[in-house]
Design a protein around this ligand. Structure first.
Ligand SMILES: Cc1ncc(COP(=O)(O)O)c(C=O)c1O
Length: 430
């Protein structure tokens, strides 16, 4: 095994807090100088006899006709890229263009060239590998996307610390800080910011963001804090007064002890759910030693689990990123969801509060409703009743909440979905 001390030292030089937050695995991980490393060094040489991919001997894929035909609209260079191995860190042009996309509203703050992951879930699991581990506290605003339990707790033994974020009909900005208050001072911690949120469909207002940021800076006064910005639903904000930019930028460089990491990807942002192209981005300059050290660690873990990321879907995402009208295309999806959100909001505002309480929702793909207390019925019973008697599927979140995915229901059907939900709850507990 190669000694990881020098690259850990590069991370420490850039950010002692980030180095302190590394897990045992994160500390040990370093990209080995084996086949992909040596093949990358041989790229472009007259004779490249390094990598185990079958070509014509001059770098061109021997794509089976059916596969090549499936990629028929691509030019020959992209078709070739799609059929051959991707570099472990991702296809360079696509990484550069995604970085440009991430930075389209600002340009001053440092951010690495994003590392490609197999969807956001894989990016989150890499974060868990690097910074999780036995008993590491991970504060998560609740209710939250349940898969965090699998990625952080089940896989690495990290401890999910639930931070209830809805209080008195509003957003509780200090939830994470309060959740971590009992942790031993000096002990590194993780926090997950999922804005817009799943399952809540909420993004904080300008004032709430300021308070949230201040509370996170206060946490960082007493411990290294890695803030994972899960930007799965980036940009899907329906209130013009509410900021749509990732908190990654606001937290970037704000405190020596606070390191934001951006987890994002084409899944929801570009409606490319099946493509499984995600990204991990750190708050350092692309050419810095810290960026190289973190890239080495991430590449080591990607290589260990999946070899290299899928090339064909990266090439497809690349086509979208090269499209001069991509921003308009993404905006037209946002506008479609904005219309659905407006209709759903109107329907939910009319529900009987003795049965249901809609939680504030201004963004994302979902709205959350809470069952009124004292009904004597739990969310999963309502969910099953809606399936069996009302031909309607919602998701139960914990005992008290139901999630409506308005991203996947026609605008004209949303009022009926709410009507059925209300009727179903009334039949069970009204
Ligand atoms: C909050 C959140 N993070 C991450 C993901 C995972 O994204 P992907 O499908 O790209 O793995 C989802 C998917 O539903 C999500 O809701």
């Amino acid at each position: 095994m190669i000694d990881p001390t020098p690259i850990n030292e590069s991370i420490r030089q850039a950010s002692p807090a980030l180095e302190a937050a590394l897990s045992d695995l994160g500390r040990r991980a370093i990209f080995p100088p084996d086949i992909p490393f040596q093949a990358a060094q041989a790229r472009g040489k007259r004779y490249n006899a390094t990598i185990g991919q079958i070509t014509d001997g001059a770098g061109q894929a021997l794509g089976l006709p059916a596969l090549a035909a499936g990629l028929g609209s691509l030019d020959s260079e992209d078709r070739n890229r799609a059929l051959l191995y991707s570099p472990v860190e991702g296809i360079p042009e696509m990484r550069r263009l995604w970085r440009g996309w991430q930075r389209r509203h600002q340009s001053d703050l440092p951010s690495t060239l994003p590392m490609v992951t197999a969807g956001l879930t894989h990016g989150l699991s890499l974060m868990a590998d690097l910074f999780g581990g036995a008993d590491r506290a991970v504060a998560v605003p609740a209710p939250f996307w349940g898969n965090y339990r699998q990625t952080f707790h089940l896989r690495t033994g990290a401890r999910i610390v639930s931070a209830p974020v809805y209080r008195d009909d509003g957003y509780h900005c200090e939830a994470i800080a309060e959740a971590l208050a009992g942790e031993p001072p000096g002990e590194p911690a993780l926090a997950i910011l999922n804005i817009p949120s799943n399952p809540g469909g909420y993004s904080p207002t300008v004032d709430e963001r300021a308070r949230l940021k201040a509370s996170l800076l206060a946490v960082a006064d007493s411990r290294p804090l890695v803030v994972i910005c899960d930007d799965a639903y980036a940009g899907l904000v329906y209130d013009p007064e509410v900021p749509a930019e990732s908190m990654f930028w606001e937290l970037n460089g704000a405190h020596d002890n606070l390191i934001p990491v951006k987890v994002d990807g084409g899944t929801k942002e570009f409606c490319f759910f099946g493509g499984r192209v995600g990204f991990l981005t750190f708050p350092f300059e692309p050419e810095s030693d810290a960026a190289a050290a973190l890239e080495s660690k991430v590449k080591c873990l990607v290589r260990a689990a999946m070899g290299s990321p899928v090339a064909a879907s990266q090439v497809l995402l690349l086509q979208a990123l090269r499209d001069g009208e991509v921003a308009e295309r993404v905006e037209s999806v946002r506008r479609l969801l904005l219309d659905r959100h407006r209709v759903l909001d109107a329907a939910l505002s009319g529900v009987d509060r003795r049965l249901l309480r809609p939680l504030p929702c201004n963004s994302g793909c979902f709205a959350l409703v809470e069952l009124a207390s004292g009904l004597g019925v739990d969310a999963d019973t309502v969910r099953r009743h809606l399936l069996e008697d009302h031909d309607t599927g919602l998701v139960a979140v914990g005992d008290r909440f139901l999630r409506i995915a308005f991203c996947s229901v026609r605008e004209s059907d949303l009022a009926e979905v709410v009507e059925r939900l209300q009727r179903g709850v009334a039949e069970l507990g009204g």
